[in-house]
Design a protein around this ligand. Structure first.
Ligand code: CDP
Ligand code: MG
Length: 458
């Protein structure tokens, strides 16, 4: 089958960055970063942002949305003013990455970016704000915190960006985002929202935060997944997943892969199993302390890790160019997270492979994923894989028809617990203190717990 020319799909070769109205300094810096032509979303989004419009931009994963909002902001930023732009992201890793990208893109300018995230010393962050801080990238909890302590001013904000906007406006973050947006005094500020996924409800909600002449710009047609990623699923029982994973890693020898699991407990188990079998694997999830998370990310970026076993904390936004394979060890809780997870590979026109493990009962969930992404996921057979024996407990259940009392699921590292994102805040101990019976609720907490949840992410 003829492969689509990735460059044709991704780049707008009819334009240069200079054509888009960016400042000379910014264009100069771009030549040094090796960017030649803008991507489709960059060509479409940069001119209206420079013209002062509020925009919602939708484009597939890995198509350069960061530079699409970053370049026009850098181009218009004033080196004499701090806190001109606020970019909010759902995870600390993504905040770090976006800030690094802005510093890289703006290398020829005197515009500097500060990162304001939970889990790290706020004193250092204040210092960074004092030294540079023309642009600020952060996660909502710490941003609100420093703002309420008058260490981060919103008074000079001209731009506010929500990266992964559908995630930022889902129920876990919505109240925080509302509060932050309301606290920005400048009525003429520009609002920029981007994501690869966005349903009509989120779009409607997003527009309620924007000026009436806001524009939605999308470069997505057909499927939401990137054509360059080869998507397959494999049917496997839960108890056979890890040996199938090991066999595939040993046989297919992916250069670098991310293995996504649903819970933090599974992440830890899978990682230690792979380590025991001699695989160079590391784990990433929201219950590790931030210095550990940073170390793992740094090692992963430096190609020091072959297999990153991760929770959905790594599903959104991360741009690591050598990821060749994404393996969904478990299906994601939300179908759209499938799109984000597999979007960690096949970035910027590269090829990638995505394998998804599906248990025999999960056919319907797989169909949901296909419907939402608009992509057909083909079945992959692994005929010489020998399934293990059915575990005793499962046989008993089948014989009696009675499900064993399930242990309360460890939900502490799901993307949301009752709609709240614990990845940016709670440790196991804190969760235990909140839910002493060990049952972590899956619905919204009662009002009285509200204030405790709001302390997350600092
Ligand atoms: O946010 P999104 O998933 O759309 O992509 P990103 O995180 O901005 O990553 C895009 C990748 O393509 C980055 O590694 C950029 O350095 C690279 N790139 C780009 O953004 N624009 C170009 N014109 C060329 C390359
Ligand atoms: Mg992005």
């Amino acid at each position: 089958m003829a492969q689509a020319d990735p460059n044709q799909e991704l780049f707008d070769t009819s334009k240069t960055f200079a054509d888009l109205g960016l400042s000379e300094k910014v264009v100069d810096g771009l030549t040094a970063t090796g960017f030649e032509h803008p991507t489709g979303i960059q060509a479409a989004l940069i001119p209206p942002i420079i013209a002062g419009k509020d925009v919602i931009g939708q484009a597939k994963t890995g198509t350069g949305k960061t530079a699409a909002f970053g370049l026009p902001i850098l181009s218009q930023a004033d080196p004499a003013v701090r806190g001109q732009a606020l970019v909010l992201t759902p995870t600390r890793e993504l905040a770090n990455q976006v800030a690094a990208e802005l510093d890289n893109l703006g290398r020829a300018t005197n515009i500097r970016t500060s990162v304001i995230i939970g889990g790290e010393s706020s004193r250092d962050q204040q210092k960074s704000l004092a030294k540079g801080g023309h642009l600020v990238v952060g996660t909502p909890g710490r941003v609100m915190d420093l703002h309420s302590r008058r260490q981060l001013s919103f008074n000079d904000l001209k731009f506010v960006v929500l990266d992964e906007v559908d995630r930022m406006l889902d129920i876990g973050f919505r109240d925080d985002i509302r509060r932050i947006l309301k606290a920005i005094p400048n009525p003429d500020r520009q609002t920029i929202f981007v994501s690869a996924t966005m349903d009509v409800q989120i779009e409607r909600l997003a527009r309620s935060f924007m000026k009436s002449d806001s524009e939605k710009i999308t470069t997505v047609s057909g499927s939401l997944t990137v054509a360059m990623v080869d998507q397959k699923y494999l049917t496997v029982e839960n108890w056979d997943k890890r040996s199938l994973l090991l066999m595939m890693l040993k046989r297919e020898k992916p250069e670098t892969s991310v293995v996504f699991c649903r819970t933090k407990a599974t992440v830890a188990k899978v990682r230690s199993y792979l380590k025991d079998k001699g695989i160079n694997a590391a784990e990433l999830h929201g219950n590790l302390d931030q210095s550990r998370r940073n170390k793992v990310m740094a090692r992963f970026r430096d190609e020091g890790i072959d297999v990153l076993v991760a929770s959905d904390v790594a599903a959104r936004g991360l741009d690591v160019d050598h990821i060749t394979h994404v393996i969904n060890y478990d299906l994601p809780e939300d179908p759209e997270n499938y799109i984000h997870r597999i979007g960690r590979t096949a970035r910027a026109g590269r090829k990638g492979i995505a394998w998804t493990f599906v248990t025999p009962e999960q056919g319907q969930m797989l169909t949901e994923v296909e419907k939402m992404s608009g992509a057909l996921i083909e079945k992959m057979e692994y005929p010489d894989f020998k399934p293990g024996p059915i575990p005793k407990g499962v046989l008993e259940e089948r014989a009696t028809g009675v499900k064993k009392r399930e242990k309360p699921r460890d939900l502490s590292d799901r993307a949301t617990v009752g709609g709240v994102n614990p990845a940016d805040g709670y440790s196991d101990d804190e969760l235990k203190a909140m839910f002493p019976d060990g049952k972590i609720p899956t619905t919204l907490p009662p009002k009285t717990l509200g204030s405790r949840f709001k302390r997350r992410g600092r």
